[in-house]
Ligand binder design. Structure first.
Ligand code: TYC
Length: 101
């Protein structure tokens, strides 16, 4: 093994690859009340009323909105929890988690 290989191997050990980031998307629908969407954004994603309203309106107008970018496990768990709150209340509210491009 060359000195370069040894150095490369050491670097590999010291610097593990940064984990891929995921985005949580809020998907618009015609049934969930706006206030309910904002309530979920505040409860699950710790957003302020103002930030929640902006994210909700972006999805309402454009179809989807990025809620947060974070590690895969967190993104998937929060998307599931937030979608679950809508389901419990009888709304088709949908959050998805997908890899950031
Ligand atoms: N479009 C819904 C309405 O007019 C509100 C809404 C916004 C629902 C964003 C979902 O992701 C959503 N009541």
């Amino acid at each position: 093994m060359s000195e370069n290989d040894v150095a490369a191997k050491r670097l590999t050990r010291l610097k593990p690859e940064r984990p891929k980031l995921y985005k949580v998307l809020l998907v618009n629908d015609d049934y969930t009340p706006r206030e309910f969407v904002v309530m979920v954004l505040k409860a699950i994603f710790r957003m302020s009323e103002e930030a929640g309203y902006r994210v909700m309106m972006t999805a309402h107008k454009l179809g989807t909105s990025v809620v947060v970018v974070c590690e895969k496990d967190v993104a998937e768990t929060k998307a599931k929890e937030a979608t679950g709150l809508g389901k419990e209340a009888g709304f088709p509210l949908l959050f998805t988690a997908e890899p950031e491009d």
